[in-house]
Design a protein around this ligand. Structure first.
Ligand SMILES: Cc1cc2nc3c(=O)[nH]c(=O)nc-3n(C[C@H](O)[C@H](O)[C@H](O)COP(=O)(O)OP(=O)(O)OC[C@H]3O[C@@H](n4cnc5c(N)ncnc54)[C@H](O)[C@@H]3O)c2cc1C
Length: 303
């Protein structure tokens, strides 16, 4: 039996959704640890989970194994990420069929990053150049697959301009994408401005904000390094304390404040980049915040 699509979940939701992102481990011990993390975070009851696709597509078997583990442990629906990196159209077709045959009906359709040290993305021979091409391919093979796509509140690093980037996001929606999952950000203003700009050019799909907890200045720098998100000085100051536990608490509190602001402002849900770490989602400040917003007795202006 297949689980619902994210499109169906959004249509039926009465509360904001909660989704968690995992990445595939690279060895048996990593899979054991992931299994233990999943068991520990079971009480959090995410509405859906996502799992990334190895950079360069090189680790695709680990991605498949991780999707299967999530399904086996009942953490569904699963959104399988897929990128165009290093894959011909025929390769991608066979990956899409394989995902479908595994019972997965949700794919995050991504172009992927250029290899390390390169600034431009070069499609594989007979491959696809843009995520919008991948959305179109998925929908042509299996129209019942629900497609998510990436959105960049602070603009994709390769984009010519914010407006151009947004136009390309609209192309992904026009190709059939059902929802947008954003790159992480630390200022809520950038999400709301992005929402307004997206709505202004006719993007009506749900735009799910992605947040990542950071527990030290080093983690903040790493998050900024790959996402190009801007770091608020107040967050950096709060993390710059000698006690690691105090820094972790400050990072969680920043995220809780972001969640409160995002949901109060009408975000359809919250997507957490948790890096396979159960302790983040089990933090009492975070669980209390999520329990409040996900309680049937909490009234939401937009629902
Ligand atoms: C939520 C999320 C999940 C992710 N998961 C993964 C993952 O699992 N594995 C992984 O390797 N990476 C992942 N990434 C990173 C992603 O692969 C990179 O950000 C990548 O550089 C762009 O992918 P995209 O799908 O946004 O590409 P696209 O939408 O194709 O956009 C890439 C760039 O090309 C431009 N562009 C788009 N269409 C056109 C066009 N027709 N003509 C000219 N320019 C165009 C865009 O403006 C943008 O600058 C994820 C990112 C996010 C936000």
């Amino acid at each position: 039996m297949t689980s619902p699509t994210i499109r169906e979940l959004f249509a039926a939701r009465r509360q904001p959704t909660l989704s968690l992102e995992f990445y595939p481990p690279k060895d048996a011990r990593g899979f054991d640890l992931l299994g233990q993390s999943i068991e520990r975070m079971r009480p959090v009851h995410p509405d859906f989970v996502t799992c990334t696709y190895g950079a360069g597509g090189s680790n695709r078997e680990f991605s498949f194994a991780a999707w299967e583990l999530l399904i086996r442990l009942g953490l569904t629906p699963v959104v399988a990420h897929l990128t165009c990196v290093g894959a011909s159209r025929a390769d991608l077709e066979s990956q899409i069929h394989r995902i479908y045959d595994a019972g997965i009906r949700n794919i995050m359709a991504l172009r992927g990053d250029p290899p390390r040290g390169e600034t431009a993305f070069t499609p594989a021979p007979d491959g696809l150049a843009h995520a919008s091409d991948l959305v179109a391919l998925i929908k042509s093979l299996h129209p019942d697959i629900c497609c998510g796509v990436a959105g960049y509140p602070e603009t994709h690093p390769e984009a010519v301009s914010p407006a151009d980037d947004l136009r390309h996001l609209k192309e992904k929606i026009d190709a059939g994408a059902d929802f947008v999952n954003t790159q992480l950000f630390f200022h809520n203003d950038v999400y709301f401005q992005f929402m307004d700009a997206a709505r202004a050019i006719g993007i009506t799909a749900p735009i799910l904000p992605g947040l990542m907890p950071v527990a030290s200045p080093g983690q903040l720098d790493r998050a900024i390094g790959f996402s190009r998100a801007t770091a608020p000085a107040a967050l950096r100051d709060a993390l710059q304390v000698p006690d690691p536990e105090a820094a972790r608490t400050a990072g969680i509190q920043w995220m809780v404040n972001q969640i409160n602001g995002l949901i109060a402002g009408g975000a359809p849900g919250i997507h957490l980049y948790i890096l396979n770490q159960a302790h983040t989602v089990l933090d009492p400040r975070l669980t209390a915040c999520l329990a409040h917003w996900r309680s049937p007795s909490t009234r939401h202006a937009d629902l």
